[in-house]
Design a binder for this molecule. Sequence first.
Ligand code: PAF
Length: 276
Amino acid sequence: MKLCTTVQEMRQERAKLGTVGFVPTMGFLHEGHLSLVRRAREENEAVVVSLFVNPIQFGSPDDLANYPRAVERDIALLQKEGVACVFTPDAAEFYPDGFATQVDVGGVAQELEGPSRPGHFAGVATVLTKFFNIVQPQRAYFGQKDAQQCAVVQRFVQDLNIPVEITTLPTWREANGLAGSSRNSRLTEEERSRAPVLHQALCRARDLARGGERRRMVLEEAIRDVLVKAGLTEIDYVTVVNPETFQTEETVGETALALLAVKLGAVRLIDNMPLF
Ligand code: PAF
């Protein structure tokens, strides 16, 4: 497995590979990331994984500083998965003095996480555009856990005619339902034991929807009710949207997606679930 830290090294390495499946990550890998790597291996001649805590997608310096990191451990995990190349760019080379371009996505990027985390999606779209240009993958793999991010990526890849196929894989969950996230490592033991309630709240809405409930407000209220009863009151948003537009509709359709963002202690967690 090759380790590349500069853009030039990565470009040279890429030229030696055939079809490439790319898994962009911010490191601190968990089973969810590894499931993306395994799918990428099945579908491509080579897999490239990036480990880069992208500074321009963080709103607060504290959030960036506290983001968990374990590069050596990640590299060892990727080696075992048969990855061809790991790209760990240096932030100073990636964003040199004078860097002044950003990919600003409209539409879906303006909802939910958009206003909650100003600049976040522009940071994600900008770093991914750079990665796609450098790595030139045939396919790129993302987890449904970040459903809105997946929609944003689909949007700008289509809008900018970037020749990469985007694959979204189901959210990887622990046995208790907690969605895999690098941020889970920042939960205390007590918070971690309460965190599966996010999944339980989404399941409640799913059960109601499958039982015939179509009123969005009722479904949202059911999710909130489960969260609040479990003492999770720092709710950023709970919503049910059309996953094409990320807009709400009074009566939910067959493709409806429930999403939530909740703060548990110092950690902001997101999760989502298709209702049908
Ligand atoms: O989902 C993530 O980990 C990041 O947003 C991504 C896609 C690697 C871009 O930095």
